[in-house]
Design a binder for this molecule. Sequence first.
Ligand SMILES: [Zn+2]
Ligand SMILES: [Zn+2]
Ligand SMILES: [Zn+2]
Length: 322
Amino acid sequence: MTAAQSSPSRSGLLEKLMAAVRPEFRLDILIPDQTDPVLGWRFCAVSGCDRPAHDYEMCKGHGLRWRRTPGRPNRASFLAAPGPPLRGRSEPASCTVPGCRYGTSGQGLCSRHRDRWQRAGRPNPASWAATAAAVDAVDHAECRLPFGALWADNNDDGLCKSHKARWRGAGSSDAEEFVADCERHGTAFIDFRGLAPQVKLELQYAIQSRHDEQTVTLPLHVASWTINRVKESGVGSLLDRSADQWRQMARSRHPKPGWERFRTRSETFLIYARDAVESLRDGTGWDVEYPREIWRLHKLNGLKYSAARPQARIQLRFDRIT
Ligand SMILES: [Zn+2]
Ligand SMILES: [Zn+2]
Ligand SMILES: [Zn+2]
């Protein structure tokens, strides 16, 4: 445990956070209201897509597919023919025997039909499947996940072969949680899971503060980017790093051209979050600023800095005067 973690000011901060973060923000998964003025979002412009729009009013998946389409058609033509459902939303392949909707286990056949095909001496699988006795759908339960119509492999967990494999691949977490994760994948939500308890509250507090101020919008992907970077850093509190350290970390990411605006917004929110937590811990006002080497005038009531231009923060520096 570091000195910062055991310091009395830090435990005082935890109490303040517990008192400040309201139940609607103190969640592992926050699903913001679509019409919220700060956290609101729109659906992807591709018709039928249930994911939130990012750039060009498309979800991440469709945006990527559009950008990777050879010759990159104009947006309208892409929207008119966006291709098959995105991964995670498409129907997994089913057995090719007529009527059979079990998942395949090679040769286009489910494990039951594959056994029979092997016993039949492995003829051409497609012609064998076409002539096999059709299967009746009665007594077969469908997979619990809504993205395909495959039959569940057994009645215990209610998952089809393909989703069961994915569940095992995900480390076989709780089946309910896996189903919820699959249904949620790519949709509009903010995931606070995997953060240490205090820093989780800090980020919830920062999002709540942005929400309450109603001055700057907070796009979902900006909030998620910030949470993921904090998660990666493994800190127990945003205050474990200075604003400059966070800024450097933010700038070391997103080398890709075209992402400058997103990076600026993400960096701004990260610094905002640290600032909000620090102000909660220390309070704000002249009493707090007066003893400091640098007076942060934006922390004083009545002096607001422009959130769009965070570098325009107003400071009076005494640390450079001998
Ligand atoms: Zn989409
Ligand atoms: Zn089959
Ligand atoms: Zn399934």
